[in-house]
Design a protein around this ligand. Structure first.
Ligand code: TRP
Length: 338
């Protein structure tokens, strides 16, 4: 557990507490994170400092930060084996974030496609934090001397920038930061929207999106309405090119049951989509049921969750503090005598 004293490499990821976890997040990523803890020293935090770059309702932000933590634990992230915490509880993030702002170039930040994207979507609130967000993300990663950051396509550019900033700082002051690498997961299904099977499942399309906390009857309804393909053969066959809707459902079914595509084709031979869709819904309901119930149990026990994020923040602080102290020294701050 104790970071740099063990041989385990460090893995870190931030999670924005700005939406609910969905089946695509679960099958595509989080489900596989549980076992990473055997191989890596893993840190996961609720990135609340990042979330306020977009205006949030304070009560919602507070509730989601805790409820997402519960959901991640219920999905298999063991708080004994992983360091789970809330970003704002470890103030070193904000402090190193400021410092790295001074080592990140205006030109670099201007090239970030996510900034361009988000500022066009939030034209009424293009604030400085939205612009300098990648410097804070670099701080998140570099504080823990992370070796790996598991990132999706949308965060690759920020990871690249983190590497550039780390290298720049190391060149100026001598080795201070581990230069992290993106971690491309070995497994992980790419789950598409149930309504538009050509786009990724996303919370912005609630009808095509199954949330971890959805009630069974809502999950069943979403699968019954899932878009299948307009071919006339009405046959469960894996053909992602011509039958993306059926392929997506097969992918989901395979992920939750462990069955291979040939087995699925055999299981539903001669039955058509009318039988297949509710069967996938049922399998998903049974997979998510224990996760939802476990989340609800934890959310009813605030003291338990509080204990977890307190322990997590303490462990994280111990590591973050070491890095920050080194950085303060390197840049020339007077040592704090108290
Ligand atoms: N920027 C990430 C996102 O929007 C969240 C994040 C914040 C993060 N800090 C991080 C991810 C550090 C990986 C590492 O999803």
């Amino acid at each position: 557990m104790e970071n740099s004293t063990t041989a385990k490499k460090v893995m870190l990821s931030g999670i924005q507490p700005s939406g609910e976890l969905h089946l695509g997040n679960y099958l595509g990523a989080v489900k596989n994170w549980a076992e990473l803890a055997e191989e890596f020293d893993c840190y996961y935090f609720m990135a609340d400092l990042h979330s306020i770059t977009v205006r949030q309702n304070p009560a919602d932000l507070r509730r989601r930060s805790v409820s997402q933590l519960a959901q991640y634990i219920a999905c298999g992230l063991d708080p004994e084996k992983n360091t789970l915490f809330i970003q704002s509880h470890v103030h070193e993030h904000a402090e190193l974030g400021w410092i790295l702002n001074c080592y990140t170039m205006f030109g670099e930040l201007s090239r970030m496609t996510q900034f361009k994207d988000k500022s066009s979507k939030n034209a009424e609130n293009i604030n400085g934090g939205l612009f300098t967000y990648p410097a804070l993300m670099a701080a998140d990663i570099l504080l823990y001397q992370a070796d790996y950051v598991p990132v999706g396509e949308d965060q690759k550019q920020h990871c690249e920038l983190t590497r550039d900033v780390a290298i720049r700082f190391n060149n100026l002051y001598g080795d201070t930061f581990k230069v992290p690498e993106p971690y491309i997961p070995k497994v992980g299904a790419r789950i598409m929207s149930l309504g538009t099977p050509t786009s990724k499942m996303s919370k912005s399309d609630p009808q095509g999106c199954v949330f971890i906390m959805d009630k069974p009857e809502d999950i069943a309804r979403k699968f019954k309405r899932a878009v299948t393909d307009s071919d006339t053969e009405n046959c469960v066959r894996y053909d992602p090119e011509n039958k993306p809707g059926v392929a997506n459902l097969m992918n989901i079914y395979s992920s939750v049951t462990g069955k291979r595509f040939e087995e699925i084709e055999r299981e539903f031979a001669g039955q058509g989509y009318g039988a297949f869709k509710p069967a996938v819904g049922e399998a998903v309901i049974e997979t998510l049921r224990p996760i939802r119930e476990e989340s609800e149990r934890m959310l009813a026990d605030k003291a338990y969750l509080q204990q977890i994020y307190t322990d997590g923040a303490k462990r994280a602080t111990a590591v973050a503090r070491r890095t920050l102290r080194k950085v303060y020294k390197r840049v020339g701050f007077v040592e704090k005598p108290f």
